[in-house]
Design a protein around this ligand. Structure first.
Ligand code: PLP
Length: 423
């Protein structure tokens, strides 16, 4: 039996309707931007395998560091113990984060990083005796993960439909525009006395369809939030580590967050790891003789040494000049492709880029995640050796930083071809 057939006997895939599921593509290896299938076909991974593979697949340096750490210490309980990779990673992250952060809390993935942030912010007020401050502000169309707290602060849409009754109440705001900024300020002022925190994806709402909004307006909004005493939580799970052209998207915005969530590219896409870093003001609320003011949260694999070593290795690669140059090169090529799309007579609109992210909508059917056009683009692109996975009718690219100019050009040419074929 083929691997795909064996898979269909025993596996339930994420985000995938199981009935009549297209057989999954068996992948046997990955090198740089390329994934190699069982039959020898090669695919350029133009979306970094769900936005995680920063330096491409099978990077020998990260692999070596993972091996070295696995031989030395693969795991140790993190309550009452510590280890070099966890401490070193925190020491190296804190100075490069956007804002004066003072502590790092480790978890396993992006959803847990946001859960930790929400709990940290809510209990901050509880510890201070301000028990009325429990509400969370979030953006409409947001995505912060798939666990219950993360779902609660995410868009009430198709992902969460079956659970709406069970999710906690959130005050949802539109992303800022010139037109709505004043009314947003009013909404914030009204919610403020009961609000613990505001969670946002800075500048790009990823899973919501790569929706982008301007830094200057976001700064105005964040200033209103900050003035109201509300804790600002930047969810940089997707935007972190160079994706937007800056090391973090919050670097574009003057008002910095009090808490930041990281995962995805943190380990260069090699190991599952989440980070929630907080400012000292947040941490101070937990320094107390009262046992009840402890942050009772943790995971079995909190600060796993192998994952922390992978993150250190990924940081080594990311902070090299040539990597930052490659990010700039991808950004420039994406801008050029955006111009090409605009100049051509293609059935697309709302073409936008930020750093290494390029996105646009295909004008066919209703907007949204369930638009069937996604499958009609993914399959033919795959046949041409390019892997993209549109979010509904939103086509986007987010390549690993190691992608060559030729490979990137092949991705863009392929997109033009596929779009030509569907229209
Ligand atoms: C992917 C993502 C998450 C969830 O991360 P997981 O590791 O998939 O749980 C949270 N927030 C943002 C902005 C994301 O893009």
């Amino acid at each position: 039996m083929s691997l795909a057939a064996r898979d269909r006997q025993v596996i339930w895939h994420p985000f995938t309707r199981q009935k009549n599921m297209v057989p999954p593509v068996p992948i046997v290896s990955g090198k740089g931007s390329l994934l190699t299938g069982e039959d020898g076909s090669e695919y350029i991974d133009a979306i970094s395998s769900w936005w995680v593979s920063l330096h491409g697949h099978g990077h020998p340096y990260i692999a070596e560091q993972i091996y070295r750490q696995a031989m030395q210490l693969e795991q140790v309980i993190f309550a009452g113990f510590t280890h070099e990779p966890a401490v070193k990673l925190a020491e190296r992250l804190l100075p490069i984060l956007p804002g004066p952060f003072s502590r790092v809390f480790y978890s396993d993935n992006g959803s847990t990083a946001t859960e930790v942030a929400l709990k940290m912010a809510i209990q901050f007020w509880w510890n201070k005796g301000e028990t009325k401050r429990k509400k969370i502000l979030a953006f409409r169309n947001a995505y912060h993960g798939d666990t219950f707290g993360a779902m609660s602060v995410s868009d009430r849409g198709v992902f969460t439909l079956a659970f709406h009754d069970l999710l906690f109440d959130v005050v949802f705001l539109d992303t800022p525009t010139e037109e709505n900024i004043d009314s947003l300020r009013a909404e914030i002022a009204e919610a403020a006395p009961e609000t613990a925190a505001f969670i946002y994806e800075p500048l790009v709402q990823g899973a919501g369809g790569m929706c982008m909004y301007p830094a200057s307006l976001m700064d105005q909004l964040l200033r209103a939030v900050r003035d109201a005493g509300i804790i600002c939580i930047a969810d940089e799970v997707m935007t972190g580590f160079g994706r937007t052209g800056q090391l973090f998207a919050s670097h574009y915005i003057d008002t910095k967050p009090d808490i930041i969530c990281l995962s995805k590219g943190l380990t260069g896409g090699t190991m599952a790891l989440g980070v929630t870093a907080c400012a000292d003001t947040v941490y101070q609320a937990y320094l107390d003789d009262d046992k009840y003011k402890t942050f009772f949260h943790g995971h079995s694999f909190t600060a796993n040494p192998i994952a922390c070593s992978a993150a250190l290795a990924s940081l080594d690669l990311l902070l090299q000049d040539d990597c930052l140059e490659r990010i700039a090169t991808i950004a420039a090529a994406s801008l050029q492709f955006a111009d090409r799309l605009r100049a051509g007579n293609y059935p697309v609109r709302n073409i936008r880029t930020l750093g290494t992210i390029l996105a646009f909508e295909v004008e066919q059917g209703a907007d949204g995640y369930l638009n069937e056009i996604s499958a009609k683009i993914t399959a033919p692109a795959l046949e041409k050796g390019v892997y993209i996975r549109p979010l509904g009718n939103t086509v986007y690219t987010m390549p690993p930083y190691c992608i060559t100019k030729t490979e990137l050009q092949r991705v863009f040419d392929c997109i033009i071809e596929v779009i030509g074929e569907i229209s």
